[in-house]
Design a protein around this ligand. Structure first.
Ligand SMILES: Cc1ncc(COP(=O)(O)O)c(C=O)c1O
Length: 421
């Protein structure tokens, strides 16, 4: 892993394989006899490596860039080795209490209110599903969820699974939910996104919080990507009002250096989560007074994910995390300035964090073909979205190894390929 991380920037970020190629290179059934681990490492290099898309590359700028940091990687090995089973406090007191402590630490770093109750889920999709299940239970009879048309698809999925009607509110010209169109009649939950997936727009959190309080509606904040930015005082203004939310999700596996998977979910109403999810069968009944974190969610067995979050928070410290996020925002601002200074290109959404949405001043088809050429080069990897009906390129900075040279390379590759149009 150490040598991989040293040379990952040299590998094509997007693999140059065709569908089925990796599968065809693998045996159709498991071996009858044991094989040495060295054979697995050999096949990892020979067969699997050509089919990996390198999220650890500093030149990954697609979707949201992520990092499995060194402390996180080492902790992940310890997690597997210790193999703790978090079903009850007694099956791993350290797992549960470390999770409580690290979530308190992170809540403090983000400026969330003291005493907020947190636990870890695998992904933001699960966190939002669990939060909406609690919201549904808190307001029996109200069967509607509202969010902006730019909310993440995990909200659509959660509403579908919970058999709730999803009402999407139109956005303004900066892709923020329009509060003047927010109707909370019959609504059990309203969702604000801080850092939407397409453009990192920020919904009017404080206004929505007030409306939800007035009308007794559960207020959920999805800050899966952008939440990490709350460690920086100069970015905190984007979060005003989130401290009033009933539930908040942030993914430390997105912009905080924790390897996938680690999604943190806080609530000011833990008793609703417990009423919704607690179900203790006979074989799990114990004398202890202490509850278990599995009573606050849908899964029973919990991984020791807190260990990797703890390792990252300790090895970087507040100052280290702040410095990395600040640097990513600086690099995104720099890239944005290059785009703005060149008449052939345009910026197509306000930049709040470390994502720049831009396009060539040309047709959608030309932008699409440009992105294909850029990604086919293997030098960098970017993704796209549609904003106000138009094709937009997205350059997301979030890998701890990304430097100004990597961002400059992305700009050079884009300009080189744009000329070939
Ligand atoms: C704003 C937002 N919410 C939720 C998600 C879903 O995250 P996960 O893959 O952890 O379920 C994403 C993914 O990018 C996101 O951007």
């Amino acid at each position: 892993m150490a040598s991989y991380l040293e040379r990952v920037h040299e590998l094509p970020v997007l693999p140059q394989v065709v569908p089925g190629e990796i599968r065809a290179a693998l045996p159709a059934s498991a071996p009858d006899e044991p094989e040495p681990f060295s054979a697995i490492l050999d096949d990892l290099d020979a067969v699997l490596l050509p089919g990996l898309t390198h999220s650890q590359s500093p030149r990954w700028f697609a979707y949201f860039a992520i990092t499995g940091s060194e402390p996180g990687i080492l902790a992940e090995l310890l997690i597997a080795g210790l193999n703790q089973l978090g079903i009850l406090w007694r099956t791993s007191p350290a797992l549960q209490e470390l999770e409580e402590v690290t979530l308190d630490w992170l809540a403090q770093l983000f400026g969330l209110p003291a005493g907020v109750h947190g636990h870890i889920e695998d992904t933001a999709s699960t966190s939002t599903l669990v939060a909406l299940a609690a919201a549904r239970a808190a307001r029996p009879g109200a069967r509607v969820v509202v969010c902006s048309e730019h909310a993440h698809s995990s909200v659509d999925k959660a509403a579908k699974l919970l058999e709730l009607e999803l009402r999407k509110v139109p956005v303004d010209d900066e892709f923020r939910l329009r509060p003047d169109l927010l109707d909370l009649d019959g609504v059990c939950a309203a969702i604000a996104t801080i850092g939407t997936t397409s453009s990192t727009s920020v919904d009017p959190v404080e206004t929505m919080a007030k409306r939800c309080e007035q009308e007794g509606v559960w207020f959920h904040v999805d800050a899966a990507y952008a939440g990490a930015a709350a460690v920086c005082p100069e970015l905190r203004h984007h979060f005003t009002g989130w401290e009033r939310a009933d539930s908040i999700v942030v993914n430390p596996h997105k912009w905080l250096g924790v390897p996938i998977d680690c999604s943190t979910l806080w609530t000011q109403r833990p008793e609703v989560f417990r009423d919704t999810f607690s179900l203790v069968p006979e074989y799990l009944r114990v004398d202890e007074e202490v509850g278990s974190l599995s009573e606050y969610t849908q899964v029973l067995g919990r991984r020791f994910r807190a260990l990797k979050l703890w390792a990252v928070l300790r090895c970087y410290g507040r100052s280290g995390l702040e410095a990395r996020i600040r640097e990513h925002v600086r690099l995104a601002a720099l890239f944005e300035a290059w785009v703005r200074d060149d008449d052939r290109w345009e910026v197509v959404a306000p930049r709040h964090f470390s994502l720049v949405c831009f396009r060539l001043r040309a047709s959608d088809e030309e932008n699409e073909r440009l992105l294909e050429r850029v990604n086919a080069s293997g030098e960098v990897y970017l993704s796209h979205t549609k904003l106000a009906g138009a094709y937009a390129l997205r350059l997301a900075i979030g890998n701890f190894r990304t430097t100004e040279d990597d961002v400059r390379l992305a700009w050079d590759v884009l300009n080189r390929e744009a000329v070939r149009a």
